[in-house]
Design a protein around this ligand. Sequence first.
Ligand code: PRX
Length: 635
Amino acid sequence: MSNYHIKNLEEYFQVYRKSVRNPELFWEEIAEEHFMWRKKWDKVLQWDFSKPEVKWFNGGKLNITENCIDRHLHTRGDKTAILFEPNTPNEGAQHITYKQLHERVCRFANVLKEQGVNKGDRVCIYLPMIPELAISVLACARIGAIHSVVFAGFSAQALATRINDSDCKMVITSDGSYRGAKTIDLKGIVDDALEHCSCVDTVLVAKRIQSDVNMKEGRDHWLQPLLDEAYIDFPPEVMDAEDPLFILYTSGSTGQPKGMVHSTAGYMIYSAYTFKNVFQYKEEDVYWCTADIGWITGHSYIVYGPLANGATTVMFEGVPSYPDFGRFWEIVEKHKITQFYTAPTAIRALAKEGVSHLEKYDLSSLKVLGTVGEPINEEAWHWYDDNVGKKKAPIVDTWWQTETGGIMITPIPFATPTKPTYATLPFPGIQPALMDGNGNEINGNQVDGRLCVKFPWPSMARTIWGNHQRYKDTYFSAFEKMYFTGDGALRDEVGYYRITGRVDDVIIVSGHNLGTAPIEDAINEHPAVAESAIVGFPHDIKGNALYGYVTLKDTGEGRNHDNLRKEINQIITEQIGPIAKLDTIQFTNGLPKTRSGKIMRRILRKIAHKDADNLGDISTLLNPEVVQDIKDNAM
Ligand code: PRX
């Protein structure tokens, strides 16, 4: 018997030990007992981190949508699969049952096929949080096309880069989107992006805001009429366990985003198994994750993980502040939400508005609260625990990444005692390691180091699309035979992990990963800019905000600095999106550099953190004189 459902701490330790002692047997039992296969695998695991190569259930055949939809039809056909809560409350929620989801996914799959999309083709999905988003993701998976969802807050340029990188032949979008009281012209953004993409020959457009949009003859089609005509069934394409299921882009420390490639079977099993346990999901529960499907949290814990368990998963189109800051709690009361999974930045923003918004609503249905995306500070943790969970709903602080596909370090609610700001213990199958600067593993407790993982787990990304060397260099080169996460962590006296933050050039702003390099590249495109460097600094709500040090060319001098600041943020908005705008821009005469010409970010970080008295020895710099100037003019 596999331990698919862990109910207490003793069981957790027992299951964890088993998962480490014999990982292949452990995962094989879970795969066999809880999923539908068209053909059994030949080998559970093949791996070599030095290549790196990882294959789970190789030779096995399946379709993930058969596991997420078809197999529930007999027992849960009339159960709500997706509960759609729109931007505006009085539009009313939509309940999509498993039967209806099956029909809608099949129709969509037929449309994709008719439009010439085949197994292995890449489809870019650029949609707001409306049912078509989940349905198009599943329709791609149904026909074996590889979906690449791009968060619909990215700019046209960022979208074009992602479309081109994976050579997508189709884009699925909508006429526009709602965001609180505003609307956004998504189709216009797609049109701008496609000026730079020759690979796309078809655009399918869902109607959401009923706006007038340009439809390019021969390329653009309204989605609904095609769906109306499509047949209501579509036999799932039989996929290999290791066939790519999707690509999802994440920022790195160099300019080009990394298209993380996730496989079919391993991803399915891990997202489903973690969902079941981390949220202690039970049949009657109504689970809500507030993330966007444009991020990995939405892929794994709005779509695949919940549906693989036959769950009811809420999709919320709106924002926490519209029509007012009580919106989340109104939804919790209305749908009697049992599990609520959100990000620290949202918790901080809501906490700032005070408890009066919460007090109006009955939150007693909540059993488990989750947090993800960045370290949660102690104050936010307690606010969540006291006011939302009323100290009765355990908080699962779940640490994981786009690259890991599923939750890696987390409490199991009602089993693992929680500790504020600690993600606590590794999930079964996960073997973390803390490494020192010399590449050695640090054993024992009460230690800190760089967080690595020693052994493969089923949902790890298999490569970076089109660039396996970069995958190796980024994740498998810093420490021998280890997956390096890019995060620092400490392990306390009982073995609990606390994630301390990124140790590379990625900054997490409002839960979004932002690489410094692409932002600096954008700034440097301003004709007056000579060079720039970005660092993060603490921010009450966003967690981190961005501080830019910008050196101007001669021609820039004498120009109005406030205008330049606006222009720089405008370029960033165009190239990346508004999420990457800088809070502070300081113009400098130069940037501190090592003798080999590398920017000393450590110094810039300290100045931005208002800790400029502790800069350490700066005499070895190439240009120590600029430091005083930067300190004197710090903002
Ligand atoms: O630094 C860690 C932070 O978010 C990074 C991964 O970001 P992304 O790929 O966008 O995925 C976010 C959603 C899974 C990690 O390297 N992070 C994520 N969760 C936590 C966290 N930091 C601290 N505590 C967490 N619970």
